[in-house]
Design a protein around this ligand. Structure first.
Ligand code: PGA
Length: 249
């Protein structure tokens, strides 16, 4: 049975004060608006490291299916890796989900399928569920290489990774932060290809890239799409509450 997972990715936005203000606004809207569908979804907010304790404290008393997640994790349990965060540090706080291999990490911080693979394994070793991001660039798409690119990201990134404790997010790079959402049917098609490559019928596969309150219902109506990973639109409590409480078409 595939789980529906709606995740926000705050990226490098929000101080502790701003994060607290978000939840104070967001939590009552969750319960007030909860639709039949939204209420069944697992909701995850992947926030900057500095905001995690504050968010975990506030979410602990929330009567919802809300989890707080991180945006990256190192592969070693500790060591001389300036600026990195280890899995035991996150687990001690109570973090259960972590994004791995986001295209911004790959593009700006030199992450490769090999480092992504190590990070995925470290997250799982410590009992967290990683959200692996894959997706093609505009150039790959124009060259007709979307499927082969993603297939190789999956093959290399997922070596010795446990598919039963994993979420995948299909995020076409050209759709991230651009307002240029991938057409829902096309996202559905690519996600269907990912599912058949991995051959695991219980795997949750999300779509990400310019998801907004005005396109969420159409995206969630696609049979292969099990949720979304939301960047910009997750920063606004009202907009994210509408996304979480998507309606069935
Ligand atoms: P976006 O970002 O929703 O702002 O396009 C998505 C993501 O980067 O995960």
């Amino acid at each position: 049975m595939r789980k529906i997972v709606i995740a926000g990715n705050w990226k490098m936005y929000k101080t502790q004060t701003e994060a607290k203000a978000f939840l104070v606004d967001f939590l009552p809207q969750l319960t007030a608006q909860a639709s039949e569908f939204g209420a069944a979804a697992q909701i995850i907010l992947c926030a900057p490291f500095t905001t995690l304790p504050t968010l975990l404290g506030l979410a602990a008393n929330a009567p919802t299916n809300l989890s707080i997640g991180a945006q990256n994790v190192h592969w070693a349990d500790n060591g001389a890796f300036t600026g990195e965060i280890a899995a035991p540090m996150l687990v001690e706080l109570g973090i259960k989900y972590v994004i791995v291999g986001h295209s911004e990490r790959r593009q700006y911080f030199g992450e490769t399928d090999a480092t992504v693979n190590q990070r995925l394994k470290a997250a799982q070793k410590h009992g967290m569920t990683p959200i692996l991001c894959v997706g093609e660039s505009k150039q790959h798409r124009a060259a007709g290489e979307t499927e082969t690119w993603i297939a190789s990201q999956l093959q290399n990134g997922l070596q010795d990774v446990d598919l039963t404790n994993l979420i995948i997010a299909y995020e076409p790079i050209w759709a991230i932060g651009t307002g240029d959402t991938c057409e829902a049917k096309e996202a559905n098609r690519v996600i269907g290809k990912i599912r058949s490559q991995l051959n695991d019928r219980d795997l949750t596969i999300q779509y990400g890239g310019s998801v907004k309150s005005d396109n969420i219902d159409e995206i969630m109506a696609q049979p292969e799409i099990d949720g979304v990973l939301v960047g910009g639109a997750s920063l606004d409590p009202e907009g994210f509450a509408r996304i979480v409480n998507y309606r069935s078409l």
